[in-house]
Ligand binder design. Structure first.
Ligand SMILES: C[S@@+](CC[C@H](N)C(=O)[O-])C[C@H]1O[C@@H](n2cnc3c(N)ncnc32)[C@H](O)[C@@H]1O
Ligand code: SF4
Length: 451
């Protein structure tokens, strides 16, 4: 079974959903409209009873100071204050419309996530005004986590304090690297001094959970510098660290250059990127951190969790708002329109939700989605899937698991009677987990483009 390419080629690697986004279409729009117009679907809980499906909210803020050369998100870098204000008004309108949908069913938001782009691009005034307007239609008083993504150079002391006062509990900082040469080469808008400056304010503001993002395999990365990245991150001692392996989907600046010049990507190969992540994981473990997924280490799992990720990977509902956002309610996937005028027009002129495409997964597809997402955590509880999907995943994908076991990527834990009750990933498996997931895709989705 071939599970990986060695070089970092252009194309998507990170898997965040199933079936692939490229398969979602406008034909399924009536299904998502129906899902919104009906009370929420309950889900099967750990004991087999029907329970309320947890609900989360995602808000996309698509602005950045500069487009990083490796970035594949939907971002805008040239918007003026007036256009930003129009976007904030549209987003507020969208939340108002969403909050009136029967699918809310009186459920509180369990988690809220401001992602981007760069949510911290907004000024203190814009943030206060956005939060004030959002609170007119929704409340997140009962949320166990409110995450806010920040780019270091966009922060000021007053903004950091405002975020804490506005109820942000988890601040995620896009550090990526501590080397100025690498930050500059990769088109980041910040330099290392802005990381250290922001860090003092962040510590002083007392967020319950601060996460640092790093990327293994930025253009120009070396072993020597990577060790420094890890050492400097440990010095800051954040509650959690997320390490992505650099990938080059089709829509990045680097990918476009590479496709034009037909030259090999100036990004380390996959084995080197994995070696760097492994080194980092081992260093963090020596300092008391625990590996909590293929990308994350956390300092104290009893104190700090990651509600957004954990709920999403167990099939929670996610109301996605903002341009091009992806969501999932009552078993239906959907994505908002990706074009600026379409998004603003739907909300501000037509007073309707800006959903562009959707997909209704079969039960088998929902099972696959949940299983591959949970595999990123490092283990699967076979009983969980028996209860929820009446399927023995160890048996259903027997040949795939056995092949991965032979390659040393997983081990199948068996009880006295020989039945597998837990599937555990080895470190080697975890480091390449995204490359292992397509084996579980149904045949019709294996060769298709992911996004
Ligand atoms: C939306 S950004 C975080 C907030 C802010 N925009 C920033 O960059 O500081 C999410 C994260 O995705 C990661 N990322 C972006 N492009 C990537 C790529 N091509 N490969 C791997 N990780 C990437 C970066 O670590 C980045 O911090
Ligand atoms: S990585 Fe972050 S700052 Fe850079 S372009 Fe993407 S969203 Fe913006």
């Amino acid at each position: 079974m071939s599970t990986e390419a060695t070089k970092t080629e252009v194309g998507s690697y990170f898997i965040s959903n199933y079936p692939p986004y490229s398969q979602w279409t406008g034909d399924a729009l009536p299904s998502i409209q129906q899902a919104f117009a009906n009370p929420p679907r309950k889900q099967i809980g750990p004991t087999g009873d029907l329970i309320d499906t947890p609900l989360g909210l995602y808000l996309h803020i698509p602005f950045c100071r500069k487009r990083c050369k490796f970035c594949y998100f939907k971002v805008f870098t040239q918007m003026n204050a007036e256009e930003i204000e129009r976007y904030v008004s549209a987003l507020t309108k969208e939340i108002e419309l969403v909050s009136q949908q029967p699918v809310m069913g009186g459920r509180p938001f369990r988690f809220v996530y401001f992602g981007g782009g760069t949510p911290s691009f907004l000024s203190v005034k814009q943030l206060q005004s956005l939060f004030d307007r959002l609170h007119k239609s929704i409340s997140w008083d009962q949320a166990e986590e409110v995450t806010f993504e920040c780019e270091p150079g966009t922060l000021s002391e007053s903004k950091v304090h405002a975020l804490r006062e506005l109820g942000v509990t988890r601040l995620s900082l896009g550090v990526e690297s501590f080397s100025d040469a690498i930050l500059e080469e990769n088109g980041r808008a910040h330099l290392s001094k802005e990381i250290h400056r922001a860090w003092e304010w962040i510590v002083a503001a007392g967020f319950p959970n601060v996460n640092i993002d790093l990327i293994s395999g930025m253009v120009g990365e070396t072993w020597e510098n990577w060790r420094e990245n890890v050492r400097k991150t440990l010095e800051l001692s954040p509650e959690s660290v997320t390490i992505y392996q650099m990938e080059l989907p089709f829509n990045t600046v680097y990918s476009k250059d590479l496709l034009q010049t037909q030259q090999a990507a100036p990004v380390a190969d996959w084995q080197t990127k994995r070696d760097w992540v492994q080194f980092a994981f081992e260093e963090f473990q020596k300092h008391g951190y625990q590996v909590s997924s293929a990308y994350t280490v956390i300092k104290d799992p009893n104190k700090v969790s990651f509600s957004y990720r954990d709920n999403l990977w167990k099939g929670s509902d996610l109301l996605a708002t903002g341009i091009a956002s992806f969501g999932h309610v009552s078993g239906v996937h959907y994505q908002n329109v990706p074009e600026w005028n379409q998004y603003l027009g739907a909300l501000l002129d037509e007073n309707r939700l800006p959903i562009g495409r959707a997909f209704v997964p079969t039960r088998e597809q929902s099972l696959i989605r949940e299983m591959i997402l949970q595999l990123k955590r490092g283990y699967l509880d076979v009983e969980y899937f028996k209860v929820k999907y009446e399927t023995d995943i160890a048996d259903h994908w027997k040949s795939e698991w056995e092949a991965y076991e032979q390659e040393g990527y997983v081990s199948l834990k068996r009880d006295a009677a020989g039945a597998c009750h837990r599937i555990e990933m080895s470190m080697q498996g975890l480091l390449r987990v995204d490359g292992l997931l397509t084996a579980f895709f149904e045949p019709q989705f294996r060769g298709v483009r992911y996004t």
